[in-house]
Design a protein around this ligand. Structure first.
Ligand SMILES: [Zn+2]
Ligand SMILES: [Zn+2]
Length: 356
């Protein structure tokens, strides 16, 4: 049985929980020995790559991939590279509509045209490529819940712009939203947190759960008046019964580390008070200075700070259950520096691990 299969059907809930007790458990590391992190990366990661000079192509993660390989060889107890796992229609439909899924399948066979109004081109095999982005996030969710790893990172995930019924901003299927839906509806979690530090507002996740009081969102991004998708103003705090469960913090173009860290401390407080059972982190690297698509000026310290603080919080409030997903980032050196910082903070860096 492939690792992801137990989360396949909502009717499997009880067996999923029961089997956790019987599965292989990782050895608890010494308090100073860091945590055990799974990172999904392999040949399939390169499939999610748009053609013809598109900014989201598989060259952007090549430097990260080679640095990941080195750091995992140097720290085999802490960092495991995990093979890719493909998703399937039933899983995708936990968030997306059937009509949209069928549209992606047809477009993938045709291999031309666009999946949205012009940002997200189709290519042959885009359906399968997108299924891997979802499969890896779901595999991470499951491996954490089964205790096989403390934390997980799916770098070619975090595709936070896709809506239930359409693609958007280079995102075909919203792996973040499918994983959140799985946690809520298949695993019956009552409260989850989603933190998004990509330079763009995570509109697909925000509007997907705007009226869902079970989903607490903290999202720091460049002000929507200057950057796609235009949303995420501070007065967007959720709707109906979910009013007050979302925190959007837009930053002015040109904002750097200090502005981010001040905003992140507010997000941390908000998330700590929400008492989540699981924390999702979308850690797009496109807020770093020199990114060709945005106007923020972070250094990689931002990603180290966010991952370190959220890692600590996860151990305090939810037994360390933290799944990170990549997202944007269109400068290969920035992507490497930001995401290696995330990997380091969730694995080898020393932390208080009282609840592990
Ligand atoms: Zn940890
Ligand atoms: Zn982005």
């Amino acid at each position: 049985m492939r690792p992801a299969e137990r989360l396949r059907s909502p009717s499997n809930n009880s067996s999923c929980i029961d089997l956790r007790e019987q599965d292989e458990k990782i050895v608890k590391p010494a308090r100073s020995g860091g945590c055990n992190l799974g990172v999904s990366y392999g040949p399939e990661s390169d499939l999610y790559s748009f053609p013809n000079g598109h900014p989201l192509n598989n060259n952007r993660t090549k430097l990260f991939a080679s640095a990941l390989s080195e750091i995992s060889k140097a720290n085999p107890q802490n960092i495991r590279i995990i093979e890719s796992v493909i998703s399937n229609d039933e899983e995708v439909l936990r968030f997306h509509t059937k009509q949209y899924l069928d549209f992606v399948k047809q477009s993938s066979i045709r291999g031309s045209g666009f999946l949205d109004y012009g940002d997200t081109p189709s290519f042959k095999g885009v359906y399968e490529a997108a299924l891997f982005t979802v499969g890896n996030s779901l595999n991470g969710l499951q491996m954490i819940l089964e205790g096989k790893v403390h934390h997980f990172f799916n770098p070619v995930g975090g595709l936070h712009h896709a809506r239930r019924d359409r693609a958007g901003g280079f995102c075909v299927f919203n792996d973040c939203a499918v994983a959140i839906s799985t946690a809520l509806n298949s695993l019956q979690m009552k409260r989850v947190a989603y933190v998004d530090i990509d330079a763009h507002h995570g509109d697909g996740v925000y509007y997907g759960f705007e009226d869902d009081p079970r989903v607490f969102i903290g999202d720091i991004h460049e002000d929507g008046r200057y950057l796609y998708p235009g949303s995420g103003s501070s007065n967007e705090t959720g709707s109906g019964a979910a009013k007050g469960t979302k925190l959007n913090i837009p930053l002015a173009p040109g904002s750097g580390d200090e502005a981010f860290m001040n905003a992140f401390d507010k997000v941390l407080k908000f998330i700590a008070e929400s008492k989540p059972e699981f924390i999702f982190l979308q850690c797009g690297a496109d807020g770093l200075e020199k990114d060709p698509l945005t106007h923020l000026k972070y250094s990689p310290k931002v990603h180290a700070y966010a991952a370190s603080k959220l890692h600590e919080l996860a151990h305090e409030v939810c037994g360390g259950k933290l799944l990170a997903m990549g997202g944007g980032g269109y400068d290969a050196q920035n992507v490497r520096d930001a995401w290696i910082a995330v990997v380091r903070e969730m694995s080898v860096a020393e932390h208080e691990m009282a609840s592990v």
